[in-house]
Ligand binder design. Structure first.
Ligand SMILES: Nc1ncnc2c1ncn2[C@@H]1O[C@H](COP(=O)(O)OP(=O)(O)OP(=O)(O)O)[C@@H](O)[C@H]1O
Ligand SMILES: [Mg+2]
Length: 397
């Protein structure tokens, strides 16, 4: 899959940008703050309907948007996508800031000129981003790893996305019920409280088990891909990636269907909720479930967050990102676009060459950025057009 055209209007520093992108991709260089990351961010937005870095959509709308004509600020992002099956799709996202309420905005979505929901648009464009902030994936809190894994799984499986959204709603209802029990010191044997909680337990276990079962199977596959990727990138060292569910999961059974695994996870989860009930009443929150899962990275048996050098952490994360691409390609028959934001700095020449070789071997569209044009001037990359970002434009060097 590749993006053939990107149009930005009032997005970040761009008043208007129309960028044609060749199937093989491009190199983008430019000084700090010239708008390189903003281009990649726009692609991530078109893929996941969320920014890779902003906490609020307002940040994405150009500061001076709307000022000139006295209109409410807005931003528009549109991409033309060509799929492996030779289909062409136009994906559009617009952000409209409420008149008079600066911090309120709404997003609208379009697929092939028709209004649609975010849910139906997520994953139409598939991409994998590697950025320097990704160190958080190794050294940050578990929530960050869950978020990243959820983004990956949602690009592969729409039912995962549905389960995730349902799970979030049920979890918050269940938590507020437990919170009220804790506040009012309701006893875990109180039949009315049990009846109320049982209702939410029934709503909870289905989507929770869907997430856990999907994480079990995808993480296992991803883990073997990461081991392979890291062996080629890192002098034979091996990155181990492991899913650490909060619940005790049933033993894997060879050749079992997804539905059967889910049934066994549902029943294990229901048992564990029973066991945790007294604690949950006391503490006022849900103690078992996928919202407390984690994933760990290790390098030859040692936790990467604690013992890995900066370069090793970067390479480990790169192995993870490339494997995300492998998993998406295996399960959807579409190789995602690879977005490499400033990956080459901080790595030595040998590792840089290995990364570029690995990236190009995949034959996917690649967009790379660097402030340092000489890092992009690598023999392996010369077939990619070199673009310069400056003054709200991206133009051929
Ligand atoms: N909503 C916005 N409206 C206008 N300008 C913005 C907005 N948000 C960010 N900017 C500015 O856009 C510029 C480009 O940011 P971007 O992160 O894309 O640059 P970059 O080329 O990736 O820089 P670096 O090399 O430092 O990573 C910055 O000057 C930033 O302050
Ligand atoms: Mg940047």
């Amino acid at each position: 899959m590749y993006l053939s055209k990107l149009t930005l209007e009032q997005f970040r520093p761009y008043e208007r940008l129309e960028l044609s992108v060749p199937p093989q991709g491009m190199r983008i260089t430019g000084r700090n703050a010239s708008g390189k990351t903003s281009v990649l961010e726009a692609l991530v937005l078109l893929s996941t309907m969320r920014s890779s870095r902003a906490t609020s959509d307002r940040e994405l709308v150009r500061w001076s948007s709307g000022v000139e004509y006295g209109l409410p600020p807005y931003a528009r992002i549109e991409g033309i996508v060509q799929t492996a099956a030779n289909e062409r799709h136009a994906i559009g996202v617009s952000i409209e800031v409420d008149a008079g309420r600066e911090n309120h905005s709404r997003k609208r979505y379009r697929l092939d000129q028709h209004a649609t929901r975010a849910h139906d648009l997520i994953g139409v464009l598939k991409c994998v981003l590697f950025s320097p902030e990704d160190v958080l994936l190794v050294s940050g809190p578990p929530a960050e790893r869950r978020r990243q894994f959820d983004i990956l799984a949602s690009q592969i499986d729409r039912s995962y996305l549905q389960a995730l959204s349902r799970f979030g709603k049920v979890l918050s209802q269940r938590n507020s019920l437990l919170k009220s029990f804790a506040r009012e010191r309701v006893q875990p044997r109180d039949p009315r409280a049990i009846a109320e909680l049982t209702f939410w337990d029934e709503q909870f276990v289905g989507p929770a088990a869907y997430l856990v079962a999907a994480r079990l199977s995808s993480a296992a596959r991803l883990s073997s891909m990461i081991a392979q990727r890291s062996a080629t990138l890192m002098d034979g060292a091996s990155i181990e990636f492991q899913y650490v569910p909060k619940m005790k999961t049933p033993e894997a059974r060879e050749g079992e269907s997804g539905a059967d695994t889910r049934r066994r996870v549902v029943s294990a989860l229901a048992d564990q909720l029973q066991l945790a009930r007294t604690d949950e009443f006391r503490r006022g929150l849900t103690l078992v479930g996928p919202h407390r899962d984690d994933f760990v990275f290790a390098l030859d048996g040692r936790e990467l967050a604690l013992y890995g050098s900066r370069g090793q952490q970067r390479l480990g994360i790169l192995a993870y990102r490339l494997s995300e691409g492998d998993l998406i390609a295996e399960l959807t028959s579409e190789r995602p676009i690879l977005l490499l934001d400033d990956v080459l700095s901080e790595l030595d020449g040998v590792h840089r060459d290995r990364i570029l070789r690995a990236v190009l071997a995949d034959n996917c569209q690649v967009l790379l950025t660097s402030t340092d044009a000489s890092l992009l001037d690598n023999a392996a990359l010369r077939h990619l057009p070199l673009m310069i970002a400056a003054d709200g434009a991206v133009e051929a060097a």
